[in-house]
Write a protein that binds this ligand. Structure first.
Ligand code: FAD
Length: 417
């Protein structure tokens, strides 16, 4: 390995994205320091639905999506809400979001997304190939798209057609096959589509902790501090200012999830990053057997069996990074889930809220800065940060080490806006 490739990289953010980047760089011979003010994996990476969505090849914004928005906003249990008062701040992001819903943009975004989502799990396998498989909290049992009503089957058909075109393996299931797969389900379901190659984390936190433990065991440094800004010289940042002193940096990676915007801005990149807040309800003793994760798109949430119970996770709430949680949204998930699983037991339930880091074109920023040669960005993974952690690490390591990559990272560049 040349000296050029053995870089000294400081990563801001110990979420699954920052940790995957740090671990990939370390395994390739770099020295890594990770700065975060909370324990590894305790940000948004803690509470997601845990699904490695290898079949997620469509952007959040689809042609005509805006027509559905008024109906969603009027439904108190609906999948989308905007906090009163946040709309003016959100409007520029929303306009960009809508601009990305033309059929041409959707096709371009879908191609870019599929290049990283479809191989997403393979990259985790490679990243964790030095860990005994029984210690890796990942299962590959597929993911079921569940369609309660005939209208949901019809509404999902165009997306499923795109999935097939991209090469996603989907098995279409009828009501009887769904009942066999999910005996605890109450009402008859209209149908489902099983994405056979997807997987799930039995504990997203355990996955982050595993990565952090490997980084630390191999000499990586964790600094418990909040990054506040930078000392910037002619060639780029020389130090990170934190609430616990200054940290000298050589290469710098911003991977602070939904909180990356002010850091990137200080480094010269004003990115249209906002947050789609999401909720989960953890049920420690669910009393129903659910063997594989499922997504009910029409209701905007997923149900995932995890080591410590059943997790109901989803919904989108625009309200910025500072507003307090509204746990009524987590209760709404429970209301929906009880309609599907009438015997569901919610004793000891725990609600949670987290911040998806969301770009208006549904594509992450995985990029070298266009201002400073030794600054890199890995944020904005929206609904797919768990799925894309390892592949992001791979792209970032190629960029940091100036290696040719077999993944075209052009669609994820920071200067695309
Ligand atoms: C309800 C819900 C369900 C989801 N389900 C899925 C799913 O099934 N599959 C999937 O792929 N994705 C899912 N996601 C999305 C996924 O969780 C996120 O995209 C992902 O966690 C983002 O990871 P991250 O590392 O970028 O951010 P985070 O996990 O938020 O990590 C960022 C870290 O940066 C730190 N940080 C921030 N600012 C600073 C600072 N100034 N100084 C130091 N540290 C800082 C934070 O403390 C945090 O630890 C879901 C999200 C939600 C909310």
């Amino acid at each position: 390995m040349t000296e050029q490739q053995q870089r000294d990289v400081t990563v801001i953010g110990a979420g699954v994205v920052g940790l995957c980047c740090a671990r990939t760089l370390q395994r390739r011979g770099c020295t890594v320091t990770v700065i975060d003010h909370v324990d590894p994996g305790m940000g948004t990476s803690y509470g997601n639905a845990g699904i490695f969505s290898t079949s997620a090849v469509m952007p959040e914004g689809k042609p005509g999506v805006w027509k559905k928005v008024p109906g969603w906003l009027m439904d108190p249990l609906g999948p989308l809400t905007i906090r009163p008062g946040y709309l003016p701040k959100l409007t520029p992001w929303l306009l960009r979001f809508i601009a990305n819903t033309t059929p041409r943009r959707v096709e371009e975004i879908s191609l870019a997304l599929s290049s990283i989502t479809m191989p997403g799990l393979e990259h985790y396998t490679a990243l964790l190939d030095d860990v005994p498989s029984d210690q890796v909290p990942i299962r590959r049992q597929g993911c079921l798209y569940l369609y309660p009503n005939p209208a949901d089957v019809a509404a999902a058909a165009p997306d499923n057609e795109v999935r097939r075109r991209r090469g996603v393996n989907l098995e279409m299931l009828g009501p009887d096959e769904i009942r066999q797969l999910l005996p605890a389900i109450g009402p008859e379901m209209a149908g489902g589509a099983l994405a056979t190659e997807s997987g799930h984390a039995t504990s997203p936190l355990a996955l982050s902790q595993l990565l952090a433990a490997r980084i630390e065991a191999d000499g990586g440094r964790f600094i418990r501090a909040k990054a506040k800004g930078f000392a910037i010289g002619a060639a780029g940042p020389t130090h990170v200012h934190t609430d616990h002193g200054n940290v000298e940096v050589e290469d710098l990676l911003i991977a602070a999830g939904a909180f990356s915007k002010p850091l990137a801005k200080e480094l010269g990149n004003n990115m249209p990053l906002d947050t789609e807040r999401g909720y989960h309800m953890m049920l420690p003793q669910p009393n129903v057997e659910v063997r594989l994760p499922m997504l009910i798109s029409s209701l905007g949430f997923g149900v995932t069996p995890m080591d410590d119970g059943l997790r109901l996770a989803g919904t989108v709430e625009f309200g910025g990074t500072e507003a307090l949680p509204n746990y009524a949204r987590a209760e709404a998930l429970l209301t929906h889930a009880k309609r599907l699983f009438p015997d569901l037991n919610d004793t000891g339930r725990e609600p949670w809220m987290g911040h998806r880091p969301s770009m208006p074109d549904s594509l992450p920023v995985i990029s070298r800065s266009n201002r400073f040669d030794r600054v890199f960005y890995a944020f904005g993974h929206g609904h797919l940060g768990l799925s894309l952690g390892a592949v992001t690490g791979r792209i970032i390591a190629d960029l940091v080490q100036d290696r040719p990559s077999d993944i075209d990272a052009t669609p994820f560049r920071a200067d695309r806006f």
